[in-house]
Design a protein around this ligand. Sequence first.
Ligand code: VAH
Length: 315
Amino acid sequence: MKKILITGATGQIGSDLTLALRKKYGGENVIAAGHTRQPDKELAESGPCCNLDVRDPVALQTMVAEKRIDTIFHLASLLSAVAENKPQLAWDININGLINVLETARLQNCTVFFPSSIGAFGPLTPAENTPQDTIQHPDTMYGITKVSGELLCDYYQRRFGVDTRGVRYPGLISWKTLPGGGTTDYAVHIFHAAVKDKHYDCFLKPETRLDMMYMPDAVRAAIELMEADSRRLIHRNGFNVSAMSFSPQDIATEIKKFIPDFSISYTIDPVRQAIAESWPRHMDDSAARNEWGWRPEYDLPAMVKDMLEKLSGRF
Ligand code: VAH
């Protein structure tokens, strides 16, 4: 049976992915490691949790050895807006943390999942139908750590035979856990504001369109890639995976179909607006579709309906 360690397990992706992996592989076989955020009740009661700073190689290697971990989903990372505010800390966590995970995987024969992002592209990248293989020249520290992470994971697979795999996620929307300081966070906050206040003040311009995905699709992509037959994989790390592409005004229009008196205003955050404008609006995910059968299941209407149902129930 797989023994899985998830770093960053209390974050936006981690909190959903941990529950999905525990359902699939058994709660006791999935260790949820967090550092800055405490696990919520559901996470704490569904399996083992621990505190782990991925910048501590000894703690990481000791845990992997003692718990006989064979698979690491490495999600611990600072997101784009926070990383621009603390670039040196972002490099330390995002890169030194990853190197520690890759070294541990090399020494203890673990498989590694690493989430890259549309942030790994930059203003010189074709923004529409962004190719799987194209120029990556990000101008944010977050993007620099993500493209470096893709290259490090490819290197460890090629040089040391470590089974590394990863995807480039678009902006992710979920209802369980708020995101921690990203540029696409508006697409989560807008739902909470719509349900609680029927109004949202958005920090991106109304026409700023970005690649986006609902968390159930994102979680399934990680699990399906890690279960894929490695002999079919031509690419390894940084598979483009896409589901939908929308702007703040698009999602506001969709929410109004369910909450007719919902309204949106705009107070632009220049830092996150500049980051968003350097990212793709829609990626070509044909490599993921061809090499491991990727298919999204949620489009904008389906996501909005599910998000509002889940959050209405919570509030
Ligand atoms: C961020 N949510 O906004 C993350 C993600 C594509 C965006 O990487 O930083």
